[in-house]
Design a binder for this molecule. Structure first.
Ligand SMILES: NC(=O)c1ccc[n+]([C@@H]2O[C@H](COP(=O)([O-])OP(=O)(O)OC[C@H]3O[C@@H](n4cnc5c(N)ncnc54)[C@H](OP(=O)(O)O)[C@@H]3O)[C@@H](O)[C@H]2O)c1
Length: 260
């Protein structure tokens, strides 16, 4: 069972943390006693998000553009100076974009999506693992993937390819870091009721798409941000201590397959 102080004394770094799934992950770790380092680009949004967390005295905000390697370097330098260690890294940052036909994705969109969905996570993993190994921390890395990596979708090739890469990268890292007792897992959300979905519901065409998608979820609803954060906390806790290299779908059965 996860104890109320399970994460007391732990330093948990969460990326893409100023809204949606990332913010809920921060909230849960903070409630369970962790010191939470929340990272996103916009400082004001990070502060506003922090203020929505009840137990926020152990939440520290770090504005940083994680698509830029030198910014990641600086971020980890600051964190190392202040906290000396990182116990848990949650690479939650991910860029979604409007639909583009598979043969019409321009170079800039490929690069931008790759930087945000893969390279940001890669460089954060390398830096966090370095600190974990130095401190002999039995650390945990959770990467937030996507159901889009588990089933092909029309119009989302750039997102699908980059999320699939993140899934594979996580398994390779899990294999290599196991000798240091560092675990790496993926939580793979299906459609989740975040701000983006609420926005899409305002547009009649996008609303119709969302409603069609809802019919394909066997458990009959979207994931909540709490569902996704629950899985992250479970895999990071002592209850998940023998799990590494796993890809855990949290999608109400969305990726099981077609019902007809
Ligand atoms: N929502 C879904 O239905 C769904 C489904 C499957 C998978 N996922 C995955 O779940 C994760 C979270 O999704 P979400 O919908 O909760 O995200 P979201 O609402 O789009 O939030 C994105 C967060 O990332 C930050 N961010 C964006 N670019 C950044 C950058 N370059 N550097 C640092 N921070 C940056 C944003 O703040 P700033 O703009 O201030 O930087 C914001 O805090 C993503 O990996 C997504 O792919 C989501």
């Amino acid at each position: 069972m996860i104890q109320s102080n399970e994460f007391a004394g732990k330093i948990v770094l969460v990326t893409g943390a100023s809204q949606g799934i990332g913010l809920e992950i921060c909230r849960q770790f903070s409630d369970l006693g962790a010191t939470v380092l929340s990272v996103a680009r916009n400082k004001e949004k990070l502060e506003t998000a922090k203020n929505t967390i009840k137990n926020n005295s152990n939440v520290y905000t770090y504005p940083c553009d994680l698509s830029v390697e030198s910014e990641i370097e600086k971020l980890f330098h600051k964190i190392k100076e202040k906290f000396r260690k990182v116990d848990i890294l949650v690479n939650n940052l991910g860029a979604y974009s409007d639909k583009v036909e598979w043969n019409a994705i321009d170079y800039d969109l490929w690069i931008k999506t790759f930087e945000t969905n893969v390279l940001s996570a890669y460089f954060c993993m390398v830096k966090a693992a370095e600190i974990m190994v130095e401190n002999k921390t039995k650390g945990v890395i959770i990467n937030i993937g996507s159901s889009s990596a588990l089933q092909v979708k029309k119009g989302r090739l750039h997102y699908t390819v980059t999320k699939s890469s993140l899934h594979t990268l996580s398994r390779v890292a899990a294999m290599d870091l196991a000798k240091h007792q560092i675990r790496v897992n993926v939580v793979s959300p299906g459609p989740t009721a975040t701000e983006i979905v609420q926005e899409r519901m305002q547009d009649p065409e996008q609303r119709a798409q969302e409603e069609a998608r809802l019919k394909k979820i066997p458990l009959g609803r979207y994931a909540s941000t709490v569902d996704i954060a629950n899985a992250v906390v479970f895999l990071s806790s002592s209850m998940g201590e023998f799990i590494t290299g796993a890809i855990l779908p949290v999608d109400g059965g969305y990726t099981i397959g077609e019902t007809v």
